[in-house]
Ligand binder design. Structure first.
Ligand code: CP3
Length: 358
């Protein structure tokens, strides 16, 4: 593995001193970039793009060619695991993901098994290609969905407001749902470990739908399985610690519990300030976030002000990875991302003064 030229992101994730606050952007490779849309068109479909390592590598690197980002994230999708479990994933233009074989009956779940990782080898091949191309410029992040969030799509068959079929299963067949979540926890863990072995230097777990649960159910159906995953992850690889980021959208109510889940970094959405989040979790974990993605549609002066506000809210010292509070939307003008990334680097120096031990 190449020596890293910029390890600011890994250092901040582990709360080690840095010179500036690192920044990357959730969904940084995506439809707001014209070059992404071109490559996707060339691929023919989103799934073909994911499954062709050369093309996945190309789009992973596109945002790094434009912006001074401190990390890359491998181009893939959380729903590749259910696809490898035989549910048949497709993306319908303008509608989002859909499974050809959703889990409609009890027998569909009883038949499921942890997928053979050879069905996901295109992800590991893409990681190796990206690492070759990056040549140590910045670290590469691997990722997965949480078992709960994957189950949401697998039971519902697609993204549907309120996920009614999933919540019905939670009420009427909790044991069946637990058996699904158990298999998914094993699959998620195996997939993340295989990504680490292929070369990613950090991993992120997206619990996009954890926030729809009430507290007791969140702990029982989402956090419990995330803990199973974090307990089995390769936390050291190639003589380096591998930080784990956990992002629960709508999860600010549970920051204290999330901080005890075994993660190193908590992804924070914009429901609360980083100042409050930091006070609540103390020094045990780092924080990632939390600019409202809608801010990137505003004029450059507003973006700069908001970047300054988020940095000030976290305050002095390491342990902050700047990001949005959720993924970037396709309507963002690409130049606005440059304004944000440069503003974070410019304004954050003042929060990292050597010898300042906050
Ligand atoms: O961040 C990156 O640049 C890496 C790539 C990445 C994608 N999806 C590519 C993608 C990552 C990290 C994801 C995670 C993901 N996928 C999540 C968790 C994060 C979140 O946003 O909450 C979820 C819930 C999914 C499932 C998914 N994939 C949905 C619901 C959709 C359709 C709606 C949407 O947001 O576009 C996708 C499609 C998808 N995944 C696109 C991209 C770039 C757009 C596909 C296209 O090109 O049309």
């Amino acid at each position: 593995m190449n020596q890293l030229q910029n390890d600011r992101f890994l250092k901040a994730a582990l709360r080690e001193p840095v010179d500036r606050t690192p920044v990357w952007i959730m969904r940084q490779a995506g439809r707001y970039l014209p070059e992404y849309r071109k490559t996707r068109e060339r691929a023919g479909s989103f799934m073909r793009l994911c499954k062709t390592p050369e093309l996945a590598c190309e789009v992973t690197l596109q945002p790094l060619q434009r912006y001074a980002l401190d990390a890359a994230i491998i181009f893939s999708d959380i729903l590749t695991i259910p696809d490898a479990m035989g549910l048949g994933l497709e993306f319908v233009e303008g509608e989002g993901p859909r499974f050809l074989h959703p889990l409609s009956h009890e027998k569909d779940i009883l038949r499921l098994a942890v997928p053979d990782l050879s069905g996901l080898s295109y992800v590991y091949d893409a990681i190796r290609l990206v690492q070759h191309e990056l040549a140590g410029k910045v670290p590469l992040i691997g990722f997965c969905g949480s078992p709960w969030t994957l189950a949401a799509y697998m039971v519902e068959g697609q993204s549907r407001t309120g996920f009614p079929r999933l919540l019905k299963m939670l009420e009427e067949a909790p044991i069946l749902l637990h058996s699904l979540l158990d298999i998914l926890a094993q699959a998620v863990c195996a997939h993340l470990n295989a990504q680490i072995q292929a070369g990613v230097q950090a991993v992120m777990i997206f619990d996009t739908w954890g926030g729809m649960l009430e507290t007791g159910n969140y702990e029982e159906f989402s956090l419990y399985y995330v803990k199973q995953v974090t307990a089995e992850l390769l936390r050291h690889y190639n003589n380096r610690k591998v930080p784990v980021i956990l992002f629960t959208k709508g999860g600010s109510r549970w920051l204290e519990q999330i901080a005890r889940s075994g993660c190193d970094v908590i992804g924070v959405d914009w429901e609360i300030s980083l100042n409050e989040a930091r006070l609540r979790v103390g020094n045990g974990v780092a924080l990632q976030g939390n600019l409202n993605p809608a801010c990137l549609r505003e004029p450059p002066e507003v973006i700069r002000e908001e970047a300054a506000r988020v940095l000030a809210s976290y305050g002095r010292g390491s342990g902050h990875v700047f990001n949005l509070g959720h993924g970037i939307t396709p309507d963002v003008p690409p130049d606005h991302v440059k304004v944000l990334v440069d503003a974070v680097h410019e304004f954050s120096r003042a929060y990292h003064v050597p010898g300042d031990s906050q």
